[in-house]
Design a protein around this ligand. Structure first.
Ligand SMILES: [Zn+2]
Length: 372
């Protein structure tokens, strides 16, 4: 049994106090592929922590049986800063209170940082190219000295993940179906994960320069491959798993999700043993360009008339805004046909507040929403 935990002290935000990040390591570093999984970077999104709690039991058994190939790293609690935040007794783990930043933004875009360094060194040898790009990524990381607790959190997470072959970032939405986000070039690799999990929806990105953790880990690889050809491997494939909604915290569901991830790790060669038969294909993925965000036209009570997971047609009412002073009811309609896949938890809206999201098969004319 070679499982061990490591503590990573974060930059102290104030005299007399210091937080730390804890990583759990299975297998042996450098002896095979590396998988990295983290939970609750948005610290108010708890289902991922429960899934990793159950996955650890499975990995403990695999470790005892000598079935871990290479290394599997778990960070069961990726954001101790956000998890401790409270305002007027309410938890708030999405934005850092000190500076207002979203915890899952502003991870580096490594492509411009490594492109010029690796360009003259790339050859037709994919394994050699993987080594070259990893070294450049390591140099890019080492060149940064974090100057805040939040920056040191991001830097520590990146340091743990960036040399991985596979990265899964476990999140959830407010109220939502189980869904998966990844970049389009990685879809063939993650299609079996979508099946294993039985996701209701996959949304693919094809934009450049995203700064979520998932985008930061994987994007440089496919952009280099796009520029220099397939001899640059997809050295780190990353996806975000959205484990339904914030209140979906159930053992039976989390155990099922953990088993699905375990099967996927077997399929990818991170674990020995035969994976269960691959479940039937899920629906074809959709794209960020096909997404709209429905917002409240005025203040009032929010009464949803459609549930998450439902298909809606363009023009369908998906919520009503009730103003009990004028005693008026204002319908909120979907501008497109598609799946209503996520809703806000709050039931009182102010004008312009995002209520829910619908993603259809066709691209929407206007720019896709950028979620806070
Ligand atoms: Zn999140």
């Amino acid at each position: 049994m070679v499982t061990h935990t490591r503590s990573h002290p974060l930059l102290s935000p104030s005299l007399g106090t210091q937080r730390q990040l804890v990583s759990v390591h299975y297998g042996r570093e450098g002896t095979g592929p590396k998988a990295y999984l983290q939970a609750s970077l948005h610290a108010d999104e708890l289902p991922g922590m429960l899934v990793l709690h159950h996955l650890r039991k499975l990995l403990d058994r695999a470790d005892e049986a000598g079935e871990v190939r290479g290394e599997i790293v778990l960070v069961p609690l990726a954001n101790p800063i956000g998890l401790a935040q409270r305002v007027l007794h309410e938890p708030g783990g999405r934005f850092e209170l000190a500076g207002g930043e979203n915890f899952n933004r502003r991870f580096p875009d490594y492509y411009p940082l490594v492109r010029d360094a690796v360009a003259p060194l790339l050859t037709a040898d994919a394994n050699a190219n993987r080594t070259v790009v990893r070294a450049a990524l390591r140099d890019a990381l080492a060149a940064v000295a974090p100057e805040s607790e939040l920056a040191s959190l991001r830097h520590t997470l990146a340091t743990l993940a960036l040399d991985s072959d596979l990265v899964l970032d476990l999140h959830c939405d407010r109220e939502a179906v189980l869904h998966l986000y990844t970049d389009e070039p990685f879809w063939p690799a993650f299609e079996p994960l979508a099946r294993d999990l039985g996701v209701a929806l996959t949304v693919l990105g094809r934009g450049h320069g995203g700064t979520t953790f998932e985008e930061s880990c994987g994007q440089a690889w496919w952009r280099l491959a796009h520029e220099f050809g397939p001899a640059v491997p997809h050295g780190c494939m990353s996806a975000t798993v959205e484990l339904r909604g914030q209140r979906d915290l159930r053992h039976d569901q989390a155990i099922k999700d953990a088993l699905a991830i375990y099967a996927f790790l077997q399929r990818r060669g991170h674990l020995a043993g035969e994976a269960p038969p691959l479940p039937l294909p899920v629906d074809a993925p959709r794209y960020w360009e096909g997404m709209i965000s429905a917002t409240a036209p005025q203040a009032g009570l929010v009464v949803y008339t459609r549930d998450v997971g439902e298909h809606v047609e363009a023009g369908d009412t998906i919520a009503e805004i009730v103003d009990p002073l004028d005693n008026r009811v204002v319908p909120v309609v979907s501008r497109i046909a598609g799946m209503l896949y996520a809703r806000h938890l709050q039931r009182y809206a102010q004008p312009g507040m995002e209520l829910c999201r619908v993603v259809g098969e066709a691209a929407v004319a206007e720019a896709p929403v950028v979620l806070a």
